[in-house]
Design a protein around this ligand. Structure first.
Ligand code: NOJ
Length: 553
């Protein structure tokens, strides 16, 4: 059965492999927190890996209450990460190495330290300054919405820590914060907000960035009247109706507007939606021809390691994206979820949220890595665009034994420790097996503890080992590029597909015929007439369980 026909258009982003850099944790040029100069110095690693682009999580001025997703100034770099000159140098170096640069844009909320929010507090109820955010008056919170980080989504101004002795100490207005209390939601019904973000886009486009990953892209517009909500955060079970804080029709106007801004620039600049919504048809509405260019495929990321589940999400993803002429994206890990090398080593392989702590059952590390390698090789054979998260090319697991007193994620604190948060996937990278802090920073300082067993996963320990995960990723990316797998047509091989096997043929401009086989619990004989071009594990005349092979004739 035909699974996918190539999406139209020659633009680079339709087939790109994009590597996420989480600036705090990539590399530091001094001090325990990663920075832009540290990233620039390590860019050759990404060029050698063979990716097309780098996406940087936020490095803007921020009190860092949510790892920089609480922006106080969208047009400057936080001193923690460097200067605007460092950002320019990073962009220039990346371009010189043939890497495009995507930066993060956070338009759903600002930091409460942003000049607009400070002005809003000072100006008082009913002011134009307050109208840039979602303020409401009343004795009770305006509705029952919870914050994604725990507790209610409404904060009373007079209950803020900075209210005592301030001009707003008796102000009983509420403001909306879907995330942390220090991340007030912007009011996208206010034209000033539109104007400001157009200007921020231009600020970074003028500096040469190739695109934007748009944070909480489904959240900007809230349902009129802000009604109560009793359903799931994403879609209403059964009814197909979106939750009132997400996926409202009005957000699409924003992306049509931004599409026009990007189109004024040369170089095929892109908008990428971070939108946790389902089903795939709803998500595909963000990548209609006049809106954004890509959207993260979180259903793929969240799928358990199970042939039927993966088959169904792969089919649904292509169906939805092909219908609007957009590339399907693939992603297995990012800075918000349990790393896939650990997820797949748990009894429930679909555990995405909440982290893993010392008191939890620990993942089977060997099984997790084996499956992670198989999953990555499956992903990199799929047509479309793929996202990698820093360290997955090293097979890094989640850090599952971070002590409570070392944790940093606000979600950990607001839920009284019930939700461990995302620190476990944000641990500073190991570059050098025998240096302090594994070479993350000059003196070995690191803002989160690194597990000692990461020494053998360091970049320099894997670089020259042909059996390493790093070598597997490099070879996969080399072949993917040489064979142009991103623009191939795909067909399921129904003779081979089964309860524990996924198999598809890939035919494209760079490689007329390739067979990809992924096994789960089962082993299968190596199909006759094919030879192994790349395998995620040892293959004899059988493909063992939890393995992906790329076969050619
Ligand atoms: C999604 C980001 O990926 C996450 O890290 C952040 O906490 C929220 N959006 C809020 O900005």
């Amino acid at each position: 059965m035909s699974l996918h026909v190539p999406s139209p258009g020659p633009e680079w982003w339709r087939t790109a492999v994009i590597h996420q850099v989480y600036p705090r944790s990539f590399a530091s040029s001094g001090g325990p927190v990663g920075d832009l100069a540290g990233i620039t110095a390590r860019l050759p690693h990404l060029a050698e890996l063979g990716v097309d682009a780098v996406w940087l999580s936020p490095f803007y001025v921020s009190p860092q209450n949510d790892g920089g997703y609480d922006v106080a100034d969208y047009r400057d770099v936080d001193p923690l990460f460097g200067t605007l000159a460092d950002a320019d140098a990073l962009i220039a170096r990346a371009h010189a190495l043939g890497l495009r640069v995507i930066v993060d844009l956070v338009p759903n909320h600002t930091s409460d330290q942003h000049a607009w929010f400070r002005a809003a507090l000072a100006a008082g109820p009913g002011s134009p300054e307050r109208d840039r955010y979602v303020f409401r008056e009343g004795a009770e919170p305006p509705n029952n919405w919870p914050s994604i980080f725990g507790g209610p989504a409404w904060q009373r101004v007079c209950d803020r820590a900075d209210a005592a002795g301030s001009p707003w100490e008796d102000d009983r207005s509420w403001y909306l914060h879907i995330f942390d209390v220090t991340q007030p939601d912007l009011n996208w019904e206010n034209p000033e907000v539109w104007e400001e973000f157009r200007s921020v886009l231009r600020f970074w486009l003028d500096r040469g960035v190739d695109g934007f990953r748009v944070d909480v892209a489904h959240g900007l517009v809230k349902r009129v009247g802000l009604p109560d909500w009793h359903g799931r955060y994403h879609m209403a079970e059964g009814s197909g109706e979106p939750a009132p804080m997400f996926d409202q029709e009005g957000v699409h106007q924003v992306y049509r507007d931004w599409h026009r801004v990007l189109a004024e620039y040369d170089g095929e600049r892109v908008l990428v939606a971070e939108a946790w919504i389902d089903p795939p048809e709803r998500l595909a509405r963000y990548v209609r021809p006049d809106e954004m260019h890509q959207a993260f495929n979180f259903e793929f990321l969240a799928s358990p390691w199970d042939a039927a589940a993966l088959r169904s999400v792969i089919e649904a993803s292509y169906r939805a994206n092909d219908a609007v002429g957009a590339p399907t994206t693939w992603v297995l890990s990012n800075h918000d979820v349990v790393r896939h090398a650990s997820r797949y080593g748990l009894p429930f392989t679909g555990k995405v949220d909440g982290g893993i702590g010392p008191a939890d059952p620990q993942p089977d590390a060997a099984l997790g890595l084996r499956r992670a390698r198989a999953a990555s090789l499956l992903m990199l054979a799929l047509a479309g665009s793929a996202y990698l998260y820093q360290g997955e090319e090293l097979g890094l697991p989640e850090h599952t034994t971070i002590p409570a007193d070392a944790r940093q994620d606000p979600a950990f604190f607001h839920t009284g420790g019930e939700f461990l948060g995302r620190d476990g996937c944000r641990v500073p990278l190991p570059w050098e097996a025998h240096s302090p802090g594994f070479g993350f920073s000059p003196d070995g300082a690191a803002w989160l503890p690194q597990p000692p067993e990461w020494a053998r996963l360091a970049v320099d320990a894997q670089r020259d080992d042909p059996a390493s995960t790093l070598s597997l990723y490099r070879e996969a990316l080399r072949l993917r590029r040489e064979w142009d797998l991103g623009s191939a047509s795909l067909t399921w091989d129904e003779d081979l597909c089964g309860d524990d096997v996924l198999a598809f043929r890939s035919a494209g401009p760079g490689r007329a015929d390739m067979l990809v086989v992924t096994t789960m619990q089962a082993e299968v004989p190596l199909p006759a007439g094919w030879r192994v071009a790349l395998a995620s594990g040892a293959v004899t005349d059988v493909v063992p369980p939890d393995t992906t092979v790329w076969l050619v004739r």
